[in-house]
Write a protein that binds this ligand. Structure first.
Ligand SMILES: Nc1ncnc2c1ncn2[C@@H]1O[C@H](COP(=O)(O)OP(=O)(O)OP(=O)(O)O)[C@@H](O)[C@H]1O
Length: 314
């Protein structure tokens, strides 16, 4: 069942079109990723979903409460962690959480949230590391017991250990049944956390799929690259190209130094070694299409931070 349905969302800031035409739906209980280059319109999209910005056109349906996710109910049912978590330096973790809890009719057990996020209730905000601040911002987003958590660029700037701890926290949130809308730049994060993902480029959705589905769309191909001691014979090349697993076989140079690249699908290595003994191959390596390749193929490199606005509008 879809808990969020975004239909032909458009958002402009004055003459600037931040989101041109975005549609997707998020199923209850999934981690749904929004990925795109800088300035693609990700934050604007999730801010519209959170009710923090008013769409210029299009609709957003949230199936989160008896009144369809409007007004006070929306604020209670959607927890938001936006890019920067900023609190007064001297406020303690426990004070921040209990203050936020007081805003809600049905607050979560904030002590348990802090424990789950590995936070010391007595620590002041100024003393927290980047990872601890991000985990505090997630705990603050969850303090109203929302059914949907929106997490925007949660792990940007974190070291690998802090990033992993934050990923584990997101996994636990999902395991508790909270639907997660996750904005990210990191394909590794998408692979680890997201059930499905929308790729946004220039304010439009280019694809909505599982991470594996996106890789498959980009070809999902494997490449075997190696050199041979002796040049391949014409029969060997013809035999390789005739294999059903092989989509192309190219030989560069054609002499002893020639590099052979065989692209294909399925059990490519077994198929190729049945025609060409592995003992003939030198420096064999296998390359695969990655989620990074898929992301780059789906997004437009000419759009980026250089399109930043000269002034803030709302
Ligand atoms: N308040 C605003 N006023 C004017 N323009 C804005 C405003 N907020 C965003 N924009 C512009 O709208 C476009 C989309 O911005 P948005 O922040 O949604 O992109 P993003 O994909 O989240 O980017 P990033 O990954 O850099 O955070 C950009 O060109 C941005 O400069």
């Amino acid at each position: 069942m879809a808990i969020i349905t975004v239909d032909h969302l458009r958002k402009t800031y004055g003459a600037r079109v931040a989101v041109e035409d975005v549609s997707f739906s998020v199923e209850e209980g999934e981690v749904f990723g929004i990925v795109g280059r800088n300035g693609a319109g990700k934050t604007t999209t999730v801010e519209c979903v959170a009710g923090l910005r008013t769409p210029t056109a299009g609709t957003i349906d949230l199936d989160v409460g008896p009144d369809g996710g409007a007004g006070a109910d929306l604020k209670e049912q959607v927890g938001v962690q936006l890019q920067e978590c900023s609190l007064p330096d001297k406020i303690r973790v426990g004070e921040a959480l209990s203050l936020y809890a007081s805003f809600y009719r049905r607050p979560a057990d904030w002590r348990a949230l802090a424990a789950d996020a590995g936070l010391d209730l007595r620590a002041s905000f100024a003393t927290l590391s980047g990872g601890q601040r991000q985990r505090l911002s997630v705990a603050l987003a969850l303090v109203g017991s929302p059914r949907v958590a929106i997490l925007d660029e949660l792990t940007t700037g974190l070291d690998p250990q802090a990033r992993r701890e934050t990923w584990e926290l997101v996994t636990r949130i999902r395991d508790r049944g909270v639907t997660v809308l996750l904005v990210t730049h990191f394909m590794e994060e998408v692979e680890r956390l997201c059930d499905r993902v929308a790729v946004i480029s220039r304010g439009r959705v280019r694809a909505v799929d599982t991470p594996a589905g996106l890789v498959a769309r980009a070809g999902g191909e494997q490449r075997l690259v190696f050199r041979t001691e002796r040049p391949l014979t014409a029969e060997q090349v013809t035999g390789l190209r005739a294999l059903p697993e092989v989509t192309s076989a190219t030989v560069e140079g054609g002499d002893d130094a020639g590099e052979v690249t065989i692209a294909g699908t399925g059990d490519l290595l077994s198929a190729v070694t049945a025609v060409l003994p592995a003992s003939l191959m030198r420096g064999l390596r296998m390359e695969r299409t990655t989620l990074d390749d898929a992301f780059l193929a789906l997004t437009d490199p000419s759009y980026g931070p250089s399109h930043a606005p000269s002034q803030e509008e709302s």
